[in-house]
Design a binder for this molecule. Structure first.
Ligand SMILES: [Zn+2]
Length: 162
C-alpha cells in the first residue's frame, strides 16, 4: 500500500542521489524511516567518492541509522530497485517495507523480497528513471562495475601469420 508520505520520503532519497551525482558518484540514494515517520538514516552510493564498493545507498543509510534492537516496521526508501547485496541486507535485518523509486533501469531483488513477506512499493518515478538512464548512458563502465556485470572482452586482433 502506498502511503501518502512515501513520495515525500522518496524525495529524501532523490536528494541523496543528486548529491552523489554532483560528487561524480553513482546517483543512487536511500533513506531508512521508522514506522512513525522518523528519519533514522540517509545515504548514497559512495563507490567512487570513498573508493568503497560496499557502500551502496541502502547500506550507507543503514549504517547512518546506527544500532537498533529491531527493524520491524521500518521502511527503506531507495531510488532504485535494490541489488542482491542490499536485498540481502533488508532480509537479514527484517526491514518491513521497501519503497522503490524505479525498477526500469535495473531489476533488482524486490520480487524476491516480496516473496519473503517484505512489503514492496514501486513508485515508477520518472525523475528517478531519467536520472539513472542519463547516468548509464554517460558512464556505462562505472555502472557495470557497480552492478558487477562483466563487460564482453574486446575482440582480439588475430596475430598476423608469417
Ligand atoms: Zn545495492
Amino acid at each position: 500500500m502506498v502511503h501518502a508520505e512515501d513520495r515525500l520520503r522518496l524525495a529524501t532519497a532523490v536528494a541523496e542521489a543528486r548529491a552523489g551525482l554532483a560528487e561524480g558518484g553513482v546517483p543512487i540514494g536511500a533513506a531508512l524511516y521508522d514506522s512513525d515517520g522518523t528519519l533514522l538514516g540517509r545515504g548514497r552510493n559512495r563507490r567512487v567518492q570513498d573508493g568503497d564498493p560496499s557502500l551502496h545507498a541502502e547500506t550507507a543509510a543503514f549504517r547512518a541509522a546506527g544500532r537498533r534492537r529491531t527493524y520491524r516496521g521500518t521502511t527503506m526508501v531507495t531510488t532504485l530497485s535494490p541489488c542482491w547485496y542490499c536485498s540481502g541486507l533488508v532480509r537479514q535485518f527484517g526491514i518491513s517495507r521497501v519503497v522503490i523509486g524505479e525498477a526500469a533501469t535495473f531489476h533488482g531483488g524486490h520480487e524476491w523480497l516480496a516473496g519473503h513477506g517484505v512489503e514492496i512499493v514501486l513508485l515508477n518515478d520518472l525523475e528517478c528513471t531519467a536520472m539513472m538512464r542519463d547516468f548509464i548512458k554517460l558512464h556505462p563502465d562505472l555502472w557495470n562495475e557497480d552492478i558487477g556485470e562483466q563487460l564482453p572482452q574486446p575482440a582480439r586482433r588475430p596475430h598476423p601469420h608469417h
